[in-house]
Design a protein around this ligand. Structure first.
Ligand code: SF4
Length: 185
């Protein structure tokens, strides 16, 4: 099966790719992440993805378009509703992934977001299945979470950039606010 794998960064790709290859998938990684702010962070994660894919000699595509403004316009009304905002964020990435997989003739699409214990795994499955139906390609679901730690360790060994927050400006704020709250407690 040929799978277009939406990739959010190098470390998550390192934790995810082996599970697809072990199952005999032909994988192309695809970097598309308008939710990663600011621009320098977007490029740091993109470059860590490229570095990893080149090191393991796997085919990849990069979407350099960075529609930050479109992402913010859609997400601003949901700024204070984390679950709705994250669900929408999954849609804003998995819909283009499913669409691209269909356009390029892949059998399926999937996402490295499934490796993270910090993401809403069930919601990701629901959005993936919704997009699969909409674009007539399979959602290649694998519970990738068992590979998370290995991916992080491999990324550190390779000297890949390791991010400190989920991606958007809201999550960047939460990173510091949570720390402050903990310190105050
Ligand atoms: S916290 Fe992460 S998943 Fe949620 S909206 Fe921000 S970047 Fe997207």
């Amino acid at each position: 099966m040929k799978t277009l794998l939406h990739c959010c960064c190098g470390p998550c790709t390192a934790g995810s790719l082996p599970a697809f290859l072990e199952r005999g998938r032909e994988v192309t990684g695809w970097y598309f992440n308008p939710n990663i702010h600011p621009y320098k962070e977007f490029t740091a994660r993109r470059d860590s993805f490229i570095q990893y894919m080149q090191a393991v000699n796997c085919e990849y595509l990069v979407e350099n378009e960075y529609p930050l403004e479109d992402w913010l316009l859609v997400q601003a009304p949901l700024a204070k509703e984390r679950q709705a905002r994250c669900g929408n964020c999954y849609r804003l990435r998995l819909e283009p992934a499913a669409q691209k997989a269909a356009e390029l003739g892949y059998d399926a699409f999937s996402t490295t977001l499934l490796v993270s214990p910090y993401q809403d795994h069930q919601l990701l499955i629901e959005v993936g299945q919704e997009m699969a139906l909409r674009y007539g390609v399979s959602f290649d679901y694998i519970d990738l979470r068992p590979g998370f730690r290995d991916g992080q360790n491999q990324a550190r060994e390779m000297g890949l950039y390791m991010q400190k927050y989920c991606g958007c400006i809201y999550s960047e704020k939460e990173r510091y606010v949570k720390k402050k709250k903990k310190a105050a407690e």
